[in-house]
Ligand binder design. Structure first.
Ligand code: PEP
Ligand code: MN
Length: 362
């Protein structure tokens, strides 16, 4: 067993560096047969690098399946023996870390409901001290990058050298197309701030439904993510958790085949020259936009002075609606979406208000 595990370490190392890195397996380990059959069928596709399964399931409401618990770990060990695939499970407590490591789990991951809680993250980090195991950290359920970074820091301080990120979307109130809004800008910002960490995307928990998985997976690859974690099950509709978002191993393989895999760079001078030229144009336009915005703010300041002298409020709702309506109409004709216009004018308007505020209170 020792020799097998030593060999496994180098397999894990190789997988950790592979791009794209593909992790798949059921949301939850349910029975020994289900784990072994899923693992075998995933291995048969030849497209999966690491086998995942939830052993302890943090459920939003009590009463649903909360995971098979420690007794599922030997099933995963068996699946690894059968297929050669390294295994990964979610850990949320110190005891779970101990149990997972005891059964030779190759990679651990922190779930979104753990990352959100510094007490839990610290408990997991303390249990990890001295272990030589890679750890993946999902984003917290709420859109707070500091919590995500905090979890990375706690795990790093415990001496874990291989840390990766999983973007699984953010919880929001009300019904949207997604189960968890991707908020791509946050993942991009996290990547910008931690360029040394790999980041993979989890379309399953973003979508919550299988019909849009591929769109989200493609978007992640277009944004240069390092890989994907996608849930798969031998009988998705009858899965004990997250039934709507799971796909069969064969469907997963089809999806992976239809993704257009992009690379960050190519070795072509022509391409680089063309790109450089276009980027310079973008830079010019950005400079101009900033100049124009600065002029706009100066005019807003003038208006602020008039408002101050006549003792009227900064916010004029009618005027604000008028600006937006005009912009929607113009924007539609020149290919700018309502969503973008709303966000853009909101930002511009807030900046104007803050300039006028300064004038009013000076
Ligand atoms: C899971 O991966 O099955 C899971 C519970 O995910 P998350 O922590 O992203 O909700
Ligand atoms: Mn799940």
């Amino acid at each position: 067993m020792q020799a097998i595990e030593t060999k496994m370490k180098s397999v894990v190392q190789e997988k950790w560096e592979k791009r794209p890195l593909i992790i798949s397996g059921p949301c939850s380990a349910e029975t020994e047969d289900q784990v072994l059959a899923t693992a075998q069928r995933l291995a048969n596709t030849g497209k999966v690098d690491i086998l995942r399964a939830g052993i302890w399931k943090p459920r939003t409401r009590p009463g649903s399946f909360e995971g098979i618990g420690t007794k599922g770990l030997p099933w995963l060990q068996q699946a690894k023996k059968l297929t050669g695939l390294p295994i990964t499970v979610e850990v949320a407590t110190g005891k779970q870390v101990e149990d997972a490591l005891h059964f030779d789990t190759d990679i651990l991951w922190l779930g979104a409901r753990t990352t959100v809680n510094p007490f839990s993250v610290q408990e997991v980090a303390d249990a990890l001290r001295g272990a030589d195991v890679p750890v993946l950290i999902k984003n917290p359920i709420n859109p707070d990058l500091e919590l995500w970074i905090g979890a990375v820091e706690r795990v790093a301080k415990a001496g874990i050298k291989q840390i990766g990120l999983i973007h699984r979307g953010f919880s929001s109130y009300g019904n949207t197309e997604y189960r968890n809004a991707p908020m791509w800008h946050l993942a991009i910002e996290m990547k910008r701030r931690n360029p040394e960490l790999m980041i993979i995307n989890d379309p399953s928990h973003i979508c919550g439904r299988r019909d849009i998985l591929l769109d989200v997976a493609q978007k992640a690859i277009d944004l240069d993510f390092d890989g994907l974690m996608i849930e798969s099950h031998i009988d998705p509709d009858n899965a004990w958790s997250d039934a709507k978002q799971q796909v069969t191993p064969e469907r997963l393989a089809e999806m992976l085949d239809s993704i257009i895999w992009r690379k960050e760079d190519v070795n072509s001078e022509e391409f680089h020259a063309a790109l450089e030229k276009l980027r310079q144009q973008i830079n010019h336009l950005d400079d101009e936009l900033m100049q124009i915005l600065s002029q706009r703010m100066k005019i807003a300041e003038h208006i602020g002075e008039y408002k101050k002298n006549n003792n009227i409020t900064i916010l004029q709702t009618n005027r604000w609606n008028e600006i937006l309506e005009r912009a929607f109409q113009k924007g539609e004709k020149i290919g700018l979406s309502r969503e973008f216009i709303t966000r853009y004018f909101d930002a511009v308007h807030m900046e104007s208000i803050s300039h006028q505020n300064k004038i009013m209170n000076s």
